[in-house]
Design a protein around this ligand. Sequence first.
Ligand SMILES: [Zn+2]
Length: 304
Amino acid sequence: MKTLMALVVVAAVLFPASLMAIPAKPALEVVVLGSGGPRAFGRGGSSFIVEVDGTPRILLDAGPGAFLRIGELNLDVGKVDTVLLTHLHIDHTGDLAAFFNERALTSDGPISYRIFGPDGAGLFPKTSRFVDLLVGKDGAFAYQKTFGADESFAVRDLDIRLDSPRTKIVDENGLVVEEIATHHGDCPSVAYRISYKGVALVFSGDMDASALPNLVQLAKNADLLIFNCAVLDPPASPPQLYDLHTPPKKIGEAAQASGARRLLLSHLAPDVEGQEAAVRRSIRASYPGPVAFASDKLRVPVGN
Ligand SMILES: [Zn+2]
């Protein structure tokens, strides 16, 4: 016993705590803030934080509940400078203003956001106008600019034509974000790929099956594909929902075609949650990799 104690003392002297047994931070880590959609049944609306080398840097969608989960997880969002919006439905953006509010009150310096989201069409404003309508000079929450840290917003509206090319929108110190247009009924939508230190993760956002070729291209050999799973295979969900969402069988085929190594299903609806075994079977018919169902506050490391 004495010998053991002596060894511990010697080790502590030779290898100070700063050098001993510090677990490596994964290159990327996804924190699920909201794993649900527009229905209130205990899951937050769609939202994720992406940590880069252990630091929260990217907010992907900001559905209702994101604000609450950030607090529950005690996440330090002081370095979040990039916001990626897949589309502008309420279940993906309802907490965006609340996020700006929280970030401004906890920052000790000016904040420069870069925000990306789809161009506008029909009932949906382009993302730059959406941000203006929230916190711009004549926006509903114009007061936000006077509340806490100074903020500036650089907003880029992304091409929503399905034949527009996959585009790199961030390339900074090894962190790369790419996007491609998808299709979500009448709502302009895009998907994102985040790469860092040789690993990549992809967010489908909400999309119907008509945009799967784009998604498969974006998700090529990704380490993690997060696919929004809001419907059951036909005919088990209301027919109009298939114009908005991709059913499990096609999610499995897309995951297989992309070569994605892991699949995480999110944006879960009550009937999908209740049919987990059937959804897994349907995906398993074509995709052999690991499949998991998201839950709020789940952490998924990607890479070492
Ligand atoms: Zn949604």
